[in-house]
Design a protein. Structure first.
Length: 596
């Protein structure tokens, strides 16, 4: 009985990946998306606890504040100066001891792994992200928790897919599920989590991708709501636009936010010219730059959601808002650009809220009888800055709607987010901050429709399984016996593995033309056949892994100059099993068929 259940388990585990190879595996992807959300939700809870517990324990405060764990401004001036520099020293030494590829963290790293490694993220990478993500916030760097959360969600989802030995196209979908679940768990905004994963990270929208990503986002939200309750990340009062006369001022704010976002992206990208410098030096310099800012404007330390909440509720004055907004923009751009492993999503919201709130106070002076509340403009500023910096207007709009839970903000939100994004991208020619950072690292992100289509399908979905592995030298009887199985292709084995692909019909034709299928025992026939010598339409072959996507297969064709690929998979140490073959024409035919 035990052996039966063992065999049944192996059969199910091996069959599940095969079902995941194509674009029609929606039920299986839905189940995995649900699991991804539950796992990510649990991971984000642990990550948030690792940040909130030390801050809540060590920072001064009576616990009455809305965000008691972020009250860095309650520290004495000496501690505010020492803390970020000491944290930078610790981070610098840690990153210095790591290999270059192990230092990469955050959303940019997830995008790199998706573009160059089919979404494979290591457990070591997740562990490093956890450590540096907690350290940057706890030591008062200008940082957020959302970037590390996205990395952790993507990593654990990827590891789940790798453990199940899923095809690479399914692992890519799981990574997107982890990203959506992380944003959902961080802000309690499941819709914006879905849009963020598809608009910012994957940079594509697919019907098959929506279902598992939605389930991941929703399940992660349930996990965090169980602990933190159903309220969103900020305490937002009822907001509405008082008058249509405010629209010109909203347009002015959109332009200002677009300029601010372009400046932020430019500063981060320009700091990339120091990437050749030692990481220890760069991070220590970033920590030193943070010291005067922490001393003079302590609200810029950490995530700063307490300041955002106070801004939304109209509790801060104009000069404080404008100073902390500008300071946050400059110090975050400089430190992140120098290599500080900080998230930029939280600081982006901080900048938008404070600068937007400041513009709201100016608007109240210009049109006092018609101006809306400061919180209204702070929320519009958050959406505008997020949309412009990430070049993700839909994700920003969904975040704005879910954070306010107010449909009245949709129309002005659409206006300011769209205009600010256009100002940043068209007037200043800036791409998304994440793409800018990738470019500064000498990397790119391919998102053409052809590449996206090929990434969604595994080679296992289109391979021809009518194959037979056969030795190069064989007898006539062995050749006859091989043809009785009626294979379409013969994979010719050499001394070092498969060497050529031979149409079975060519071997049959050779036997027939040579008279070797005759029953006359006196026929003058050679004792053996060399499959590399007979007339046949042989194809040079190269291997491709079973989990590979069609994009990877096409890359193999280009780099190896092979005419066919045999699909193999490790089934035991030093043992490869061949499941089928793929021709370049098969990939082209598949894409043409799907496009039509």
């Amino acid at each position: 009985m035990k052996k039966f259940w063992h065999q049944l388990g192996e059969t199910l585990i091996s069959a599940f990946p095969r079902r995941m190879s194509g674009v029609d595996s929606l039920p299986q992807l839905a189940v995995l998306g649900l699991l991804s959300g539950l796992v990510t939700g649990g991971v984000i809870l642990v990550f948030r606890l690792a940040i909130e517990w030390p801050l809540g324990y060590f920072l001064p405060g009576d616990g009455s504040e809305a965000f008691p764990s972020e009250a860095f401004e309650n520290l004495d001036i000496v501690t505010r100066g020492i803390l970020p520099f000491a944290g930078a020293l610790c981070l610098g030494f840690l990153l210095h001891r790591l290999a270059t590829h192990d230092r990469k963290v955050g959303v940019v790293h997830v995008m790199e792994r998706l573009n160059y490694h089919q979404g494979y993220i290591s457990a070591k990478s997740a562990f490093i992200q956890f450590i540096v993500g907690v350290t940057t916030v706890v030591t008062g760097q200008s940082a957020g928790r959302e970037g590390p959360a996205v990395h952790l969600g993507a990593a654990f989802s990827s590891l789940m897919g790798q453990w199940m030995r899923l095809p690479n196209n399914s692992i890519r979908t799981l990574v997107a599920c982890g990203c959506a679940a992380a944003i959902s768990a961080s802000f309690n905004t499941p819709i914006s989590g879905v849009i963020f994963a598809m608009e910012v990270v994957m940079m594509e929208y697919t019907i098959a991708g929506f279902t598992p990503i939605i389930l991941a986002s929703v399940s992660a939200a349930f996990v965090t709501q169980f602990v933190y309750g159903p309220e969103p990340a900020f305490s937002v009062p009822a907001l509405t636009m008082n008058s249509l006369l405010e629209i010109p001022w909203i347009l002015v704010i959109a332009v200002i936010m677009g300029i601010a976002a372009a400046l932020f992206i430019h500063l981060v990208g320009s700091m990339g010219r120091f990437n050749h410098r030692p990481i220890l030096l760069r991070v220590v310099v970033a920590g030193a730059l943070m010291v005067p800012v922490a001393v003079l404007v302590p609200q810029t330390m950490g995530i700063g959601y307490d300041t955002v909440n106070e801004t939304i509720n109209g509790e801060l004055g104009f000069w404080l808002l404008i100073s902390v907004g500008i300071a946050k923009l400059l110090i975050t751009a400089l430190t992140v650009g120098l290599g500080m492993p900080s998230s930029i999503i939280g600081p982006t919201l901080f900048m938008g809220a404070t600068l937007g709130g400041a513009m709201g106070l100016i608007g109240a002076e210009i049109i006092p009888d018609h101006a809306s509340s400061v919180g209204f403009y702070a929320m519009l500023g958050m959406g505008a800055m997020m949309g412009a910096v990430l070049q993700a207007p839909l994700a920003a709009l969904m975040a704005l709607m879910e954070l306010t839970r107010n449909p009245h903000i949709i129309l002005p939100g659409m206006l300011i987010i769209t205009i600010s994004s256009l100002i940043t991208s068209e007037a200043f020619g800036k791409k998304s901050l994440f793409l800018t950072v990738l470019k500064s690292q000498g990397l790119s992100y391919q998102s053409s429709p052809v590449i996206q289509a090929l990434r969604r399908v595994s080679v296992a979905a289109i391979m021809d399984k009518s194959i037979l592995r056969i030795d190069r030298h064989l007898t006539v009887e062995e050749a006859r016996k091989a043809l009785t199985a009626e294979p379409k292709w013969l994979v010719v084995e050499g001394s070092n593995g498969p060497t050529s692909l031979l149409p079975a019909v060519d071997l049959a034709r050779y036997l027939e033309d040579s008279g070797k299928v005759a029953t006359d025992e006196e026929a003058d026939t050679p004792e053996s056949i060399d499959l590399m010598d007979i007339p046949a339409n042989r194809r040079d072959i190269a291997p491709v892994q079973y989990q590979a996507t069609l994009e990877e297969a096409l890359h193999e064709f280009e780099t190896t100059s092979a005419e066919a690929l045999y699909v193999q998979r490790h089934v035991a140490p030093m043992i490869q099993r061949i499941y089928g073959v793929v021709l370049k024409s098969d990939i082209e035919s598949y894409y043409q068929y799907r496009r039509s």
